[in-house]
Write a protein that binds this ligand. Structure first.
Ligand code: F0G
Length: 439
């Protein structure tokens, strides 16, 4: 495991960021997305000389800390003044324990709990990052906020920008995001631009725009987005009464979340909230797994890929937060792996079937842990928290495809649940009832 950074010098209560490559410190009273000195990725600075205990996160009734599961952790977030905060009461999401998940993952004697980020106001974990980024944009008087997206970031930006009354510009890879996410983004009033090509092309185009125009970038290279997403980890730890699980598993696409989770763990450790780290496990879809291949090479060789997967949220071939995500995996002695679409869809169908539900990309956590338990890389008695990143309603086409159609080999899917058509007679209906009760 890589060593934890020694406590940084006390940072004054100001908005500053530090370059992870050259260490330059920049003020953030204007929009910042990459280091002005060397082009490296930036981290928002937090006061890590403070000592915190769980009692520091008990919120006063009616306060912003009580309303939001993100701002509740304000002591570990950039210093943004309350009157600039744009919140939709995100966070405070459930942690579900269900033995059927542990059994499916092969965790005999272990546990698999789901942290459900689909319970956020726009239905994905992106709301946590967006409340901080849009609050920062609101602090510095940004005139327009923009992102490229596979659909969830755009929905979150649409909502938070609308709440703040700031125009939002969204670049979408044309025809490559789910109808639910597209409609959500349109409904919140963002200006939606369909770009020919994939997500990677759209993000590259947007970054060119940011270089020459005064536009606030809300993708996770923005150092304030991961700050909000850190609170997923703080909340998991709080749910577990600050007992550290063995593993935290999450899906990986553009890798902002993997980056955020490592920063959260490092900070929780440095301020004295935890005394050891869990292993981070990032799971990609096999057709969009450049980070898993990079990990396999011992972080020696990195190659972007042409991404292809049914999990459109993570259909990304050249992740922008790669370097920060690598740091998280190294820090925690973590693992990066990938799973085929069929495994991902079966894991999703199980999560749905037990009443919890999620979108396809979210199920990478469960599918990946199952693979790593089978290969012996995760012990069967491990305590695991899998982060489910978005709601079941985010991709209804994938649900219909799974349940109503066979797989490419012509096989019925493992958890397929097909509607039954009957003539309008009581006999036919009674037969359906008999079959349902007696199997
Ligand atoms: N799960 C869901 C549901 C997502 O929407 C995303 C990313 C991820 C996982 C991967 O997270 O990028 O931090 O590694 N969606 C982005 C978007 C790319 O535009 O909505 P990551």
């Amino acid at each position: 495991m890589a060593s934890l950074a020694s406590p940084s010098p006390r940072i004054p209560a100001a908005l500053t960021v530090t370059c992870m490559d050259c260490g330059a410190v920049h003020g953030a009273e204007h929009a910042v997305s990459i280091c002005l000195a060397c082009g490296g990725l930036l981290d928002a600075n937090i006061d890590l000389c403070q000592r915190l205990t769980p009692a520091d996160f008990v919120a006063e009734r009616g306060s912003i800390e009580a309303q939001s599961g993100v701002w509740r952790f304000r002591k570990l977030l950039p210093p943004i003044s309350v009157d600039r905060i744009v919140t939709r009461h995100e966070g405070n999401n459930p942690l579900f324990h269900d033995q059927r998940l542990a059994d499916y993952a092969g965790l005999s004697g272990g546990q698999f709990a789901i942290k459900h980020e689909g319970h956020n106001p726009t239905g994905s974990f992106k709301d946590r990052g967006m409340t901080v980024a849009v609050s920062h944009a609101n602090t510095i008087g940004a005139r327009v906020i923009a992102c490229a997206s596979t659909g969830n970031t755009s929905a979150a930006l649409g909502s938070y920008a609308a709440s703040a009354g700031i125009p939002a510009l969204v670049l979408i890879p044309e025809g490559k995001i789910s109808a639910s996410k597209l409609s959500q983004t349109i409904a919140y009033g963002a200006t939606v631009v369909h770009v020919e090509g994939d997500f990677d092309v759209a993000l590259k185009l947007l970054r060119e725009l940011i270089g020459s125009f005064d536009v606030y970038l809300a993708n996770s290279v923005n150092p304030f987005r991961p700050e909000g997403q850190k609170t997923i980890v703080f909340e998991i730890l709080d749910d577990l009464e600050w007992q550290v699980p063995d593993v935290i598993a999450l899906p990986g696409g553009n890798l902002g979340n993997t980056a955020a989770f490592g920063k959260a763990l490092s900070e929780a450790y440095q301020v004295g909230l935890i005394s050891k780290l869990p292993q981070l496990v990032t799971v990609q879809a096999a057709g969009a797994a450049p980070f898993a291949a990079y990990y396999e090479s011992g972080f020696d060789q990195y190659e972007p890929v042409q991404a292809e997967t049914i999990a459109t949220a993570i259909k990304i071939g050249d992740p922008a937060s790669l370097a920060r995500a690598r740091r998280s995996i190294e820090l925690t002695g973590g693992i990066v792996t990938s799973v085929p679409d069929d495994d991902l869809l079966d894991a999703k169908a199980l999560i749905d079937r037990i009443g919890i539900g999620c979108e396809p990309a979210s199920a990478a956590s469960l599918a990946g842990v199952r693979k790593l338990v089978a290969s012996g890389e995760i012990a069967p008695d491990a305590t695991v928290v899998g982060v489910v990143t978005a709601s079941i309603l985010k991709d209804t086409d994938a649900i219909v495809g799974y349940h109503l159609h066979d797989d490419d080999a012509g096989q019925r899917r493992e958890f397929a649940n097909r509607p039954i058509s009957i003539p309008a007679t009581l006999d036919a209906l009674k037969k359906v009832l008999d079959d349902a009760v007696h199997g």
